[in-house]
Ligand binder design. Sequence first.
Ligand code: DOR
Ligand code: ZN
Length: 346
Amino acid sequence: MTDRLTILRPDDWHLHLRDGEMLKAVLPETARHFARAIIMPNLVPPVVTAADAADYRDRIMWAKPKNSDFKPLMTLYLTEDTQVRDLRAAAEIGLITAVKLYPAGATTNSQSGVRDFSKVTRVLENMAQIGLPLCVHGEVTDNDIDIFDREAVFIDRVLDPIRRDIPGLRVVMEHITTSDGADYVREGGDDIAATITTHHLVINRNHILAGGIKPHYYCLPVAKREEHRVALRKAATSGDPSYFLGTDSAPHTDAAKLQPCGCAGCFTATNTLSILAHVFEEEDALDRLEGFTSRHGPAFYRLPVNEDTITLEKGEPVEYPAQIETGDGPVTLFDPGFPLHWHVRV
Ligand code: DOR
Ligand code: ZN
């Protein structure tokens, strides 16, 4: 039985760091284990221009623990007003690694997102030309589409038509939650990949809704039926390089979560790697963990893998706090619902 595993240092290909006091509190939780992360731009106001991205990157570098060489990989928030010249300049100097597409109204701070997809065609064509990946929040927002169907409908009505119209556009379908998403990406060729979160490998919709409502398990896209969780586990542990880790660790204060209309997001930065080791061990796939956390993402983003390593060791239950304190108030950590035994040694 394996109880010790050394892997290349992981990266997180989808992360919310927020700003101000929250940024200061949550950044060390990621920087402790991860070398790089794709930083989501859905601040208030959003990160829409190269200048915004440069300023945000500076604030992250300021907030970073002094002994850390964590590298934020910045993104721009795509709007119907995004300027091709600004975006190309930001990509050319390496300021941005990707662009994020939020359908307007799909999730937290997505009001400035795209309503009319024809208005971003020219930007997407330019991205295809320079190979700049588009990270997609893949849900339609129509009120008449059931929230549990919104990912599958997005693939048919929005994503597939865009990819047909703009060949060569490189797409990361973020935080897939369905077998439809996993299948689409598996069969989609080299220009598409998907991130999978830690929490979607652990919870299904019963965890949120059965036996009382659990706001800390509510995120978007919302967790689906058990058969989808099983499909995601299969995808993540398959060794297929189309799938890699994007935690979507999305901190909100308890005050913001525990509301009649509470925020979406699971905060998983602190215990993600212990949970993933547990899941991969359950799936008898510990030998594929490194691919998922540390190799497939850099391959898609055409970046080198990290040079250093971390070691996972199985032992006594891992102790982690129920909440972390921030200057904005406490943030509850994702509770996988089972004890964790894999310790991360850095
Ligand atoms: O659960 C989520 N939280 N999903 C998202 O897409 C956004 C994120 C956030 O920013 O809180
Ligand atoms: Zn997200």
